[in-house]
Design a protein around this ligand. Structure first.
Ligand SMILES: *Cc1c(COP(=O)(O)O)cnc(C)c1O
Length: 359
């Protein structure tokens, strides 16, 4: 059996929800669990975060999985229906839907089922991905509330492009634009993602949509979630399968991209991009070998990665190698790989064994 294992820390998930509640100052929390709970496992995460007020998913299929797992909270499909036939499935599963496009509005207006759907009306205040023009908020609000098959308690929402930059003027403009567009309209507000929860208290509204922080990950440049009181919820680890002593001048790995500056011990660990460890992790990316810091050298290959063991000269085959976890922030690994922490945990592949610990 391969040694690569992702251990999910259930207590960290629960503590992170608690920490988010402290910062939320009474606003409700939608735990965003798209992409299989940011790679942590959808059902596992939903059960650990059973205290959340709602769950946010990317697709109806995830709503099906959550209902089958006994999740009773509100579940919001963040991209809404993809086809007219989805409306019946949303009703059957009691899923809320985000409405962001005229095509969806046309399906709703042609629909004759009177059982009320709960909708989140999404306005595009500047990100220019999903959402209606803010100038249409009043018209759309009235049209949706006139439909017998729509619950009149609409939630009004928008999404930020740049909320991880805490002094960014465009976020302030998005908040202002949303306030103007929704002025006088009935309905709760939802603006903030994780970064906005940290840096934009004016964007709190009644519903926060929190993903990354619940898994103990920050996308604020130069920070880790631990800096804000959140705990990493995943440890990715494996073992050394070989230890060599190489000579000064020897090359390591594909394309001979790393050369030994001296005689030195080099370890080989059983993890690679086939497991979701990033191929772009540069030489120098930190790992822990037997709890001590060491570094990736050479190209990451599909099943294996090579490690500079000069800092761990007594390392042996079978020693534990941690790729990220509470002692090695995934945000730091991501920075060495030119990506963000979310992409790393989402990218852990199916051949990696998953385990849970209560701590
Ligand atoms: C993914 C997502 C979120 C959560 O973002 P985080 O940075 O993980 O908190 C919130 N809202 C929407 C619309 C999203 O797609």
């Amino acid at each position: 059996m391969r040694s690569a294992c992702a251990t999910i820390h259930l207590a960290a998930l629960r503590a992170n929800l608690q920490r988010a509640r402290e910062l939320a100052a009474g606003a409700r929390i939608m735990a965003v669990v798209k992409a299989d709970g940011y790679g942590h496992g959808l059902e596992r995460v939903a059960h650990a975060l059973a205290g959340a007020d709602a769950f946010g998913v990317a697709a109806i299929a995830d709503g099906q999985r959550l209902r089958a797992a006994g999740v009773h909270q509100r579940i919001v499909v963040l991209a809404g229906p993809d086809a007219p036939g989805d409306l019946a499935e949303l009703r059957r599963l009691r899923l809320d839907a985000v409405i962001h496009d005229d095509a969806q509005l046309a399906w709703l207006e042609a629909d004759t089922d009177p059982r009320p759907l709960r909708l989140w009306l999404k306005l595009d205040t500047g990100m220019h991905r999903l959402g209606f023009a803010p100038a249409r908020a009043r018209e759309l609000h009235a049209r949706l509330r006139a439909l017998p098959g729509v619950d009149p308690a609409l939630v009004l929402m928008t999404h930020f492009a740049n909320s991880d930059v805490f002094d960014d003027a465009s976020t302030a403009r998005q908040i202002e634009c949303f306030a103007r567009a929704t002025h006088g309209l009935d309905g709760e507000h939802s603006l903030a993602n994780s970064a906005a929860l940290l840096g934009w208290p004016a964007a709190r509204g009644q519903w926060l949509r929190v993903g990354g922080l619940l898994y103990g990950m920050s996308v604020v440049a130069g920070t880790t979630a631990a800096d804000f009181g959140f705990a990493p919820a995943m440890t990715l680890a494996t073992r050394l399968v070989a230890v060599h002593t190489l000579r000064e001048g020897d090359h390591v790995g594909y394309a001979a991209s790393w050369q030994c500056p001296q005689d030195m011990p080099v370890g080989v660990a059983a993890i690679g991009y086939g497991d979701g460890y990033p191929r772009h992790a540069a030489s120098g990316t930190p790992v822990l070998v037997g709890g001590r810091r060491a570094a990736v050298i050479g190209r990451v290959s599909m099943d294996l990665v090579t490690i500079d063991l000069r800092n761990v000269p007594d390392a042996r085959v079978g020693d534990a190698v941690v790729l990220w976890g509470p002692q090695l922030p995934v945000e730091q690994v991501a920075a060495h790989a030119g990506t963000i922490a979310y992409a790393l945990t989402c990218g852990v592949t199916r051949r990696v064994r998953f385990a849970e610990d209560a701590g």
